[in-house]
Write a protein that binds this ligand. Structure first.
Ligand code: PMP
Length: 308
């Protein structure tokens, strides 16, 4: 009998499409050494409808997967083209015709640490984006976590390894215990770092500011995409620099950004309400443009979309 995993019947594992319920490994696998990627494929024309799918920013995601593997001493035995084909096969095997989240996972084999397991599960998701999507404008109360983001010289947050998410899980559990919707980390120096699964951007005096890679953040594909389009397409100045906690409280707008959460507006931090309007006008403008890019409506950014 097959076990459905987030509704996805099939995944790709070590070269073949198999039933997700049969993608089994020994309980003795060194799971703490695993790395992964989070990638999305969006429907063309309208991010909330059904139809032709395009993978968003495939190349930087695969590059980061290889960097994460290298940091953890693993080598991926497939070319970029083979991984892309594997991803396409997974999406097609499941018959998906709406937005898909793809999560390639790689970890060393038990007893043969030079070899790795490569698994590509995928499942559908509901986007926050799109005109008048009520999920976008939901209130989100965040807190500054009492847990600091892991430092690069302990467990590098720049690599996307499962081990890093233990740190995120502690912060999230604390936030849930205290009835917040999520948490923001400070780094080990006390500057703003990132969310538990997303980067952070703030709007202050008409400028978008975001912490640098050295503030213990994941090298986010969405952050890189947004830094480019916010300044070049929308003409809004951006600044990559250390941000003090108090600057967040005094921001006009704050939003999280990442593949999973897309662009997620934040209502308050530590119960201090941000700005005058929620979601803020700059956040809305950025989210609308981002949704158009994903839906393949922005011609100059069509190269960021790889057809399934
Ligand atoms: N930081 C963390 C801790 C994350 O888990 C994510 C999601 N992958 C991000 C930032 C955003 O990265 P990306 O834009 O590449 O999804």
């Amino acid at each position: 009998m097959s076990v459905a995993f987030h509704g996805a019947e099939f995944c790709w594992m070590n070269g073949d499409i198999i039933e997700t319920g049969k993608a089994l490994v020994s309980a003795m696998e060194p799971i703490h050494l695993g790395i992964f990627e989070g990638i999305k494929a969006y429907v063309e024309n309208d991010v909330q409808s059904r139809g032709r799918l395009n993978i968003l920013r495939w190349k930087p995601h695969v590059e980061r997967l290889r960097r994460s593997a290298a940091v953890c001493g693993m080598r991926i035995p497939y070319t970029d083209e083979e991984l892309l084909e594997a991803t396409r096969k997974t999406i097609k095997a499941n018959g998906f015709d709406t937005n898909v989240y793809i999560q390639p996972r790689i970890w060393p084999k038990a007893g043969a640490p030079q070899e790795v397991h490569t698994v590509i599960p995928a499942w559908t998701f509901e986007t926050l984006l799109g005109k008048d999507n009520p999920q976008f404008s939901k209130n989100r109360r965040l807190m500054i976590s009492s847990w600091r983001r892991i430092a690069s010289d302990a467990l590098p947050p720049q690599a996307k390894s499962w081990a890093n998410y233990g740190n995120s899980a502690l912060a999230l559990r604390e936030a849930q215990r205290l009835s917040y919707d999520g948490a923001i980390f400070l780094d080990n120096r006390g500057f703003v770092s990132e969310g538990t699964g997303a980067c952070i951007m703030a709007v202050r005096n008409g400028k978008v500011i975001t912490p640098p890679v050295t503030a213990s953040i994941l090298e986010s594909v969405t952050r890189e995409t947004l830094l480019k389009v916010i300044s070049e397409d929308l003409g809004i100045p951006v600044e990559v620099r250390d941000i003090a906690r108090v600057e967040l409280y005094a921001s006009d707008e704050v939003f999280l950004c990442g593949t999973g959460g897309e662009i997620t507006p934040v209502t308050s931090i530590d119960d201090l309400t941000l700005g005058k309007e929620y979601p803020g006008p700059v956040t809305k403008r950025i989210a609308e443009h981002y949704a158009d890019i994903l839906a393949r409506k922005v011609e100059k950014h069509r190269e960021w979309l790889t057809p399934v």
